[in-house]
Design a protein around this ligand. Structure first.
Ligand SMILES: Cc1cc2nc3c(=O)[nH]c(=O)nc-3n(C[C@H](O)[C@H](O)[C@H](O)COP(=O)(O)O)c2cc1C
Length: 202
């Protein structure tokens, strides 16, 4: 698929068919996790791919699917045939940046100007979303507040933080936005010069 086609289909989908994702298709999407960029090649991201229906129902409950139902959405987290629970192990970064080729002039781990483990999580999210689109799938992302409950459910170690849940499946709505939807969104998008400037900000 051309990049422009992937981009035109890039949206957070909150409506899925129940059709399962074939194992080889899901495997291809998951394989991109190893291709994601990471600070110092720390590779701190962790992903649990859940297809079991009961576990997906529990995840949807923990993630508060009722919140969406109360706001007029149909169920989506419990319907999507795959839920990717995205996590990150911050200690991978500290361990990596204490190695000989990464320590600063004082021989210590650098002071982190930005918590790059969260940056890497966002990069992975985007890579997974675009890989899924390229495979004819759709994705949506949801944050989770009850992170300890989710970690207990999935047996995630204490040192892995939850980033959120990415639903993956076949969209139950057109993936390309219709003209009215596009126009509505365009009017909500911030003007480009509020987001991007050339050479200097001011
Ligand atoms: C970090 C992050 C958290 C988000 N959390 C949620 C969420 O909890 N629930 C949800 O329905 N959408 C969530 N979204 C999706 C955004 O609402 C969506 O990206 C935004 O409205 C723009 O729409 P689009 O991605 O379809 O273009 C999240 C997106 C990001 C990047």
């Amino acid at each position: 698929m051309d990049f422009s086609d992937v981009l035109s289909r890039r949206r957070m989908v909150r409506s899925y068919k129940r059709d399962p994702v074939p194992k080889d298709v899901l495997d291809d999407v998951l394989r991109v996790v190893r291709r994601a960029p990471s600070a110092g090649f720390s590779q701190g991201c962790r992903v649990v791919a859940v297809t079991d229906a009961d576990t997906r129902a529990s995840i949807a409950e923990i993630a508060g699917e009722h919140w969406y139902l109360e706001r007029g959405f149909g169920p989506w987290l419990s319907v999507a045939p795959v839920l990717l629970v995205l996590g990150v192990r911050e200690d991978d970064y500290h361990e990596r940046y204490r190695s000989a080729d990464k320590v600063n002039d004082e021989g210590e781990e650098m002071n982190w100007p930005t918590p790059y483990w969260w940056v890497d999580s966002g990069a992975l999210m985007m890579l997974l979303q675009t890989a899924a689109i390229d495979a004819g799938l759709a994705t949506g992302f949801a944050i989770v507040h009850r992170t300890d409950d989710l970690k207990d459910l999935l047996g995630l170690p204490g040192d892995v933080a939850i980033v959120g849940i990415m639903a993956v499946g076949y969209s139950a709505e057109p993936v390309e936005r219709d003209p009215a939807d596009r126009a509505r969104l365009r009017s909500r998008r911030k003007p480009i010069d509020e987001l991007v400037r050339r050479e200097r900000w001011s």
